[in-house]
Design a protein around this ligand. Structure first.
Ligand SMILES: NC(=O)c1ccc[n+]([C@@H]2O[C@H](COP(=O)([O-])OP(=O)(O)OC[C@H]3O[C@@H](n4cnc5c(N)ncnc54)[C@H](O)[C@@H]3O)[C@@H](O)[C@H]2O)c1
Length: 256
């Protein structure tokens, strides 16, 4: 693996980022590219991917796009193979879902687990396999959520999938560590992205007001706040961190 001169630098490194067409994934793609990585951007939203690639190019970086669905293992494997030996993987793709426990259907649960947990699992498996086969150390970052720390009405499927991501992260860290692969999760609080923008205006207003009131920083999180946490975990700056859950949440550990 190339050794950049600055611990936060990623010059010469290759990164795969899922969910790169929007929000946190897009901000991460741009920031990692600015730090010097060649970013391979994967998402099911082709238009959004093209917009991210244009932003990376505008920032002076290099992006390759891979339109794919994280429920499709063959497509993920093809993207990992095409990207070449990976140094960094950020498994960020995910969807929101709200339904009460009593109204949750088998289909809801299957769909959310398939994307938010198994999608991350497939991404981690394909990335770790490629790193191990290439004999390269690396860093894998998963996207959990502050929802794993507090029960909220309507968030069973989402938070159960994210809790499984936390357990995957810790377990893979124990198994991949001897190969020099670090695995950590980021568990953001409420971040202003298209995902949170799809909640009803009432939920958005109430939550943002609560965040501003409860956060010692008196503001809502932005995608760049989370991209910076991913950069830390992706880079050598976090060289002795593995199996950890980083919580960029403005100091609000229980937002509701
Ligand atoms: N925004 C928040 O407040 C917040 C808080 C905690 C965790 N998160 C997590 O951060 C991640 C990014 O969220 P965001 O807020 O940027 O949302 P977003 O909706 O802006 O971006 C999510 C991206 O994932 C992609 N995606 C969804 N399903 C996919 C699939 N099956 N295959 C490929 N791509 C798929 C979407 O196309 C989109 O580009 C998610 O995992 C989310 O659960 C977000």
């Amino acid at each position: 693996m190339p050794t950049p001169t600055h611990p936060y630098g990623l010059t010469g490194r290759t990164a795969l980022i899922t969910g790169a067409a929007s929000g946190i994934g897009r901000a991460t793609a741009v920031l990692l590219a600015e730090a010097g990585a060649h970013v391979h951007c994967a998402d099911r939203d082709e238009q959004g991917l093209a917009e991210t690639a244009a932003l990376v190019a505008k920032a002076g970086g290099v992006a390759t796009v891979h339109p794919l669905d994280v429920t499709d293992r063959a497509a993920l494997r093809a993207a990992v193979t095409a990207a070449g030996p990976l140094d960094i993987t950020a498994a960020i793709a995910g969807v929101m879902h709200r339904s009460s426990v009593l109204e949750t259907t088998d289909e809801d649960l299957d769909r959310i687990l398939d994307i938010n947990f198994k999608g991350v699992l497939r991404t981690c498996q394909e990335a770790a396999r490629s790193m191990i086969e290439a004999g390269r150390p690396g860093s894998i970052v998963t996207m959990a959520s502050g929802a794993v720390d507090a029960a909220q009405p309507g968030l069973l499927c989402y938070s159960a999938a994210k809790a499984a991501v936390v357990q995957l992260t810790k377990t893979l860290a124990t198994e991949a560590g001897p190969h020099g692969i670090r695995v950590n999760a980021v568990a953001p609080g409420w971040i202003r992205t298209p995902m949170t923008g799809r909640h009803s205006p009432e939920v958005q207003q109430q939550t943002e007001a609560a965040m501003v009131r409860m956060s010692p920083l008196r503001r809502v999180g932005e995608p760049q706040d989370i991209a910076r946490a991913v950069l830390y975990l992706a880079s050598d700056a976090s060289s002795f961190m593995t199996g950890q859950i980083l919580r960029p949440n403005g100091g609000v550990s229980m937002p509701w």
